[in-house]
Design a protein around this ligand. Sequence first.
Ligand SMILES: C[S@@+](CC[C@H](N)C(=O)[O-])C[C@H]1O[C@@H](n2cnc3c(N)ncnc32)[C@H](O)[C@@H]1O
Length: 298
Amino acid sequence: MTDSRDSGTGPRDPDALLRRAGVRGNPDRDQHFLIDDRVLDRLPDYAAQAGFDLSHVLEIGPGTGALTDRLLAVADEVTVIERDPDLAAFLREEFADDIAAGRLTVISGDALAVDLPDFSVSVSNLPYGVSSELTFRLLPRGKPTVLMFQKEFAERMAADVGTDDYGRLSVSAQHYADVEVVEPVPKEAFSPPPDVESAVVRTTPRDPDYEVGDEEFFLRFVKAVFTQRRKTLRNAIRNTGHISGLDDADAPVEAIADGKTDLDPDVLSKRAGKIPPKTFAALATVADEYGRGGGETE
Ligand SMILES: C[S@@+](CC[C@H](N)C(=O)[O-])C[C@H]1O[C@@H](n2cnc3c(N)ncnc32)[C@H](O)[C@@H]1O
């Protein structure tokens, strides 16, 4: 096995890992490797500082293992999922001791397709091309995460109601967790540098302060209404029944307008960007009740 530590102590040098792996990073494969030691060192810290359970860390897209190395220093156990078979083979060689000790498992495959282990926290520098799909594979598990995203995506995830960035992504992510942008990361921190700026997001799972009967419908309803974010809710709900899955998209609007629900009829003249998640939940409940499959329409 290759000398595990480049200077005898301390974490592996990310540039040396790249050299040993003999890779450059292929942007077409979502490969932008972190080479800034300070950012690499801080990623596990964001999990530790929040008191997250580090017994089993899941890392998606480990690349050449610079972050994996730092995670092994703080976690009892680490599982990584890497799609590139050459990188997975490199990791198996580079981290043979940790694998032999039962502390590291390398899964070779697509993180969107393979079974996820029973992890306690995920700390990952995600492949940006599938970051949304991966996030919504992780968040419903109810475990905390520290994840690197495109900055714009990170800001939309964490956005508060009424701000320009607030949208479907904010409501959907914040349905599962408190979301905070903890650090902007410049392009130069990566090799090769991506076209966009990045940011680290920490999510802390919690139950929402509202009830939704049918979570899948709620998320679909939010998605549908935000496709028409410049329209009033009255029109947005009516126009997007085919996306949200309403049989009768007029019925819930009429029920609200006629004061048959607990919602203030004024809500219909607002735009989606001004509607807090709790009100979305109430709207989805009414839409479900009046607009789907033989509800209480008159
Ligand atoms: C942004 S790089 C991060 C590499 C490493 N964690 C680092 O920080 O240097 C993303 C990694 O995810 C891998 N990858 C891309 N798509 C993937 C997928 N669907 N499932 C698992 N890994 C994937 C790429 O091969 C690459 O190694």
